[in-house]
Ligand binder design. Structure first.
Ligand code: GUN
Length: 291
């Protein structure tokens, strides 16, 4: 039987509705309008689309949006100065610097400059540590989005075997941490993992975040498993016309959908959840900053 399709787009809409409700309450009861500052350096078209979408949805849930578009050649010191200014700005409760930044800028210096109180990406060491020991604060947006989808579909995750493919700081590592907090038995697999297919076949939950199109084959999936595809890979699509492209995930969806119990599509799965979680983190930061 074909898998249930986990509709991230629809669930993200529900989540944004909940965020909007919190914003209305913060405005009415605390005269507080959460504000999100998004900074982009350079003209990467994909990044520009993401940033515009973040700004639009920020306004849609009733929050204040501050957008800074800096030229690609902006000196590192200038970007750091802007981040410091935003740290001090009482109208700003969340700061996001879109990654990747141009090669002459050290991303670690940028992350270090962001006040942990306003770190809506959960990139700073302080917030990564808080997630690890279970203290309140922002949680990495994409992993949080995956977790909310898993909880929505499975309810309790306790005791399940979860395999996370990929060990990035952005997704793989925080995802594994969140699954551990849910009492899953967690395996992190990566490019050096031996017998990867066998490791994945043991998984009740698969989260793929490697950025390699269709890497996970259908026959790697345990029948009935829940499969979350974080990959967003743009590939040529000549069938759509000359020069056209389309987005595909890290999972061979057409094959996996016949075997899994539930699966996220690409697009329309994890992607919309990431932005909804960013907005939720901004409300979290605004609430914590204002006690
Ligand atoms: N670039 C791609 N995804 C992200 C994200 O979640 N946060 C930031 N800051 N940059 C990104």
């Amino acid at each position: 039987m074909a898998a249930t399709i986990i509709d991230g787009k629809s669930f993200a809409e529900t989540l944004r509705g909940r965020v909007a409700g919190h914003v209305t309450r913060l405005k009415a009861e605390h005269a507080l309008t959460p504000g999100l500052a998004v900074v982009i350096v350079g003209e990467d078209p994909a990044s520009q689309v993401y940033v515009s979408s973040k700004a639009k949805l920020t306004v849609e849930v009733g929050m204040a949006s501050f957008k800074y578009e800096l030229p690609a050649e902006t000196p590192e010191a200038e970007l750091l100065a802007l981040v410091h200014k935003l740290n001090e700005d009482s109208q700003v409760h969340g700061i996001l610097v879109q990654m990747p930044v141009p090669a002459h800028i050290d991303p670690n210096k940028v992350i270090d400059a962001i006040s942990p109180d306003k770190d809506v990406d959960c990139f700073t060491p302080a917030n990564v540590g808080k997630v690890q020991i279970g203290l309140p604060g922002p949680v990495s947006c994409t992993p949080l989005g995956c977790l909310l989808l898993l909880r929505e579909y499975l309810g309790s995750l306790e005791g399940l075997n979860a395999v996370v493919l990929g060990r990035s700081n952005l997704v793989g590592k925080p995802m594994a941490q969140l699954l551990l907090r849910e009492n899953c038995t967690v395996t992190i697999a990566h490019s050096r993992t031996r017998d990867l297919a066998e490791v994945v076949r043991r998984a009740d939950i698969v989260v793929a975040a490697v950025g390699r199109p269709l890497m996970v084959k259908g026959d790697w999936i345990k029948p009935g498993a829940t499969v979350i595809d974080v990959g967003i890979n743009r590939v040529p699509a000549p069938e759509r016309g000359e020069g056209k492209t389309r987005l595909i995930g890290d999972i061979d969806y057409a094959a996996a959908v016949e075997i899994a119990g539930a699966i996220t599509p690409v697009p329309g799965g994890v992607g919309p959840m990431t932005i909804a979680c960013l907005l939720a983190n901004t409300v979290t930061c605004a609430s914590l900053i204002n006690g």
